[in-house]
Design a protein around this ligand. Structure first.
Ligand code: GDP
Ligand code: MG
Length: 163
C-alpha cells in the first residue's frame, strides 16, 4: 500500500498548489478564490523510489444547513482519517488564525503523524514570521513555497520519514 498524505489547512493557504507540485499534475483546481475546489481530490506522486497518494481538501459549497466552517471541518476529519501522515499547511504571510488553532487542536488530540508546513515563504529574509506558529504545539514549521517549488523535496522526505 502506498502511504497516504493529506493536505489540510484553511482556505487559500496554497493546499491545491502544493497538491499540484506533489503530484506533478494539475488535477486540483487552483483558484484565486478561497474554496473553489469542489471536492476532496486524490492524486499520486513519486519521489525517488517512494510512491505516495496525496489528498487535497478544501472543496466545499457552503449552503444554508452546513456553513463553510462546518464543511471544512468535515472534509478535514475525513482526509485525516484516511491519511498516514498529515501536512498541515499554514500561510506564513498572513500568520496565525483561529482556524489554524482549531485544526491544530484536532490534530494534537488525534495524535496522527503531522507536519506543520509554512507556505508562501519565498523571499523571506528571516524566520521571524515563522516563530508565532510554534504556539500551535505541533513543533517547528517547515517553510516552503508551493508556487515557486521551494522546499518541496525536503518536505516530502520529512513527511515520509514520519510514517
Ligand atoms: P487552497 O485554497 O489552500 O487550495 O489554496 P490555492 O492552492 O488555491 O492557492 C491560493 C492562492 O495562494 C492562489 O492565488 C495561489 O496562487 C497562491 N499561492 C499558493 N502557493 C503560493 C506560494 O508559495 N507563494 C505565494 N506567494 N502564493 C501562493
Ligand atoms: Mg484548494
Amino acid at each position: 500500500m502506498k502511504p497516504v498524505i493529506a493536505l489540510v489547512g484553511r482556505p487559500n493557504v496554497g493546499k491545491s498548489t502544493l497538491f499540484n507540485r506533489m503530484t506533478k499534475s494539475r488535477d486540483a483546481i487552483v483558484a484565486d478564490f478561497a474554496g473553489l475546489t469542489r471536492d476532496r481530490h486524490y492524486g499520486q506522486g513519486r519521489q525517488g523510489k517512494h510512491e505516495y497518494i496525496v489528498i487535497d481538501t478544501g472543496g466545499f459549497e457552503p449552503d444554508a444547513t452546513s456553513g463553510i466552517f462546518k464543511e471544512m471541518a468535515k472534509q478535514t476529519r475525513q482526509a485525516v482519517a484516511e491519511a498516514d501522515v498529515v501536512l498541515f499547511v499554514v500561510d506564513v504571510r498572513l500568520g496565525l488564525s483561529a482556524q489554524d488553532h482549531e485544526i491544530a487542536g484536532y490534530l494534537r488530540r488525534l495524535g496522527k503523524p503531522a507536519m506543520l508546513v509554512g507556505n508562501k515563504a519565498e523571499g523571506m529574509k528571516d524566520g521571524g514570521q515563522l516563530a508565532e506558529f510554534y504556539e500551535l504545539g505541533l513543533g517547528e514549521v517547515f517553510p516552503v513555497s508551493a508556487a515557486h517549488g521551494q522546499g518541496i523535496r525536503t518536505m516530502i522526505d520529512m513527511a515520509l520519514e514520519k510514517l
